[in-house]
Design a protein around this ligand. Structure first.
Ligand code: FAD
Ligand code: SF4
Length: 468
């Protein structure tokens, strides 16, 4: 039996056809059918010491939920996942499973790990379409108030866990919609916004209050939150400030940070202009600088906005690209051109100040740097130029300083992120906790959720015994 299971191949993910999907923003991956999910789940060996769980940052009981799928108990399987991961519809879609649980699965040795993420997505979608929003049991009210700043995955997790423990919770969000990167960064074709909306609805049904358009540190300060009667504050601010290349001509019109580009598309629905009033015109040729998920999302969005030619400009080789393999493959299928081992040195513009060309230099790989990846080194005399209509700079984000500048009591580390304890999220200011990208720098949705869960436990501990 075991042998037969090992020989079976991983079930492929049904996807929208390339020709169709490049003309719409609908989700590309269509999800397993029930039959496919059962077939894939039946391949699982139910290892007594499951390595897959070791690879999961929040220790989901993977073999157990897969067993429930084999038994046809899909809602029970979704509930099993939710014991450790409150947002499985999102993590099933965007977690880098190939580097986490699936990388550890024993069947991976033969190149066919169980498609754990796809199964997670199947059961959580099944649960969402076959049952009403389920509000988890809430413990007796504790008459203590928790303020959560930021509504990304870290903030949503803290809010859910603290509400479950009986605390009065309010989320403050700077943007006009909740969800953090899930709402403004990751495009609809990878993560439908209806999913984020449903999770926020669940929180509201649990009694969590949400106020958007409030910048803590500007509209109201951390000190004022304490004065208003909050007993603990969680900062899940993310890393939303774009980094730039610092090269000549970067201020020209038509050069966007990936943040602005994706926010216009996702949050302001620029792709539905004029139905929505934010326009975006990418022209014929677009260059996206960077090699991570943000760059792939920008390039694939540009294709959907009608660009004829979209280039990824990346200074290392494909092997070092931090984007998920699946997203690199999707980008390639959709016609994105990869210009590898090149780096921009200058942008030039027309007489009206719009970008019209990009000057690049070829690179070669040298010794590994701090990140363990081989350092790109410019090759002298190898510069060349090509014309572009639009450039998107997607080379990373850093901490937004607004709240931290207004709250000097909160210690920062040398990179400008919050210096918080990795196990509890405690900061240098009494009663203030932090987690997610604002502590670690850009990471993953599941890592932010894991940090939120730990911080919620520590907040509970602190509010019970007052010890800091
Ligand atoms: P965020 O999601 O950034 O949320 C922070 C929230 O806090 C924001 O809504 C912000 O507006 C709000 N805020 C900030 N300052 C204030 C303030 N002063 N007052 C009030 N509100 C404030 N990860 C994956 O695992 N898989 C992927 O495929 C993936 N793709 C990505 C694609 C893109 C385009 C981007 C940008 C990131 C991607 N990531 C991905 C990374 C992942 O989204 C982040 O690691 C994660 O969202 C971090 O969660 P967070 O809760 O810490 O912060
Ligand atoms: Fe199943 Fe793979 Fe986990 Fe073993 S390691 S229990 S085969 S998913």
């Amino acid at each position: 039996m075991g042998d037969k299971k090992q020989k079976a191949l991983r079930e492929p993910m049904p996807k929208q056809k390339v020709k169709e999907r490049i003309k719409n923003f609908n989700e590309v991956a269509l999800g397993y059918t029930e039959e496919q999910a059962r077939k894939e789940a039946e391949r699982c060996l139910q290892c007594p010491k499951p390595l897959c769980v070791k690879g999961c940052p929040v220790d989901i009981n993977i073999p157990e939920f897969i067993k429930l799928i084999v038994e046809g108990k899909y809602i029970e399987a979704a509930n099993k996942i939710k014991e450790d991961d409150i947002l499985p519809r999102m993590t099933g879609r965007v977690c880098p499973q190939e580097d986490q649980c699936e990388a550890q699965c024993v069947l991976g040795l033969k190149g066919n790990p169980i498609a754990i993420g796809r199964l997670e997505r199947f059961v959580s979608d099944y649960e969402a379409s076959n049952s009403e929003i389920q509000v988890p049991a809430i413990l007796a009210k504790k008459n203590k108030k928790v303020a959560v700043v930021g509504s990304g995955p870290a903030g949503l997790t803290v809010a859910a866990d603290c509400a479950r423990m009986g605390y009065e919770v309010k989320i403050f969000e700077a943007l006009h919609k909740p969800g953090g990167v899930l709402a403004y960064g990751i495009p609809e074709f990878r993560l439908p916004k209806e999913i984020v909306g449903r999770e926020v609805e669940t929180l509201k049904k649990m009694g969590v209050e949400l106020e958007c358009n409030v910048i803590i540190g500007k509209t109201i300060t951390v000190k004022q939150l304490f004065e208003e009667g909050y007993d603990a504050i969680f900062l899940g601010l993310g890393a939303g400030l774009p980094r730039f290349l610092g090269v000549e001509g970067e201020n020209l019109l038509g050069i966007y940070s990936a943040n602005e580009f994706l926010t216009r598309i996702n949050l302001m629905k620029a792709y539905k202009f004029p139905e929505y009033d934010t326009p975006i015109n990418v022209g014929k040729k677009v260059a996206v600088v960077g090699g991570g998920n943000v760059a792939m999302d920008s390039a694939r969005s540009a294709i959907r906005l009608g660009a004829k030619e979209v280039h990824i400009v990346y200074r290392r080789s494909r092997q070092e690209m931090p984007a998920r393999d699946e997203e690199i493959e999707n980008a390639e299928e959709e016609g994105v051109i990869f210009d590898l081992l090149v780096n921009p040195v200058e942008f030039t513009g027309d007489e009206k100040g719009w970008v019209k060309a990009i000057r690049l230099i070829k690179m070669e790989l040298g010794e590994p740097d701090d990140s363990g990846r081989r350092r790109p080194v410019p090759i002298k005399g190898s510069e060349f130029v090509y014309d572009v209509d639009t450039v998107v700079v997607a080379i990373g984000q850093k901490a937004n300083p607004i709240l931290l500048d207004a709250t000097p009591g909160i210690k920062k580390n040398k990179w400008g992120y919050i210096d918080a304890d990795g196990e509890t999220g405690k900061t240098s200011m009494k009663g203030v906790f932090a987690g997610g990208d604002i502590v670690t720098g850009e990471a993953t949705v599941i890592a932010a959720m894991g940090a939120g869960r730990k911080a919620a436990r520590a907040i509970d501990e602190y509010l019970k015994n007052g010890k800091w």
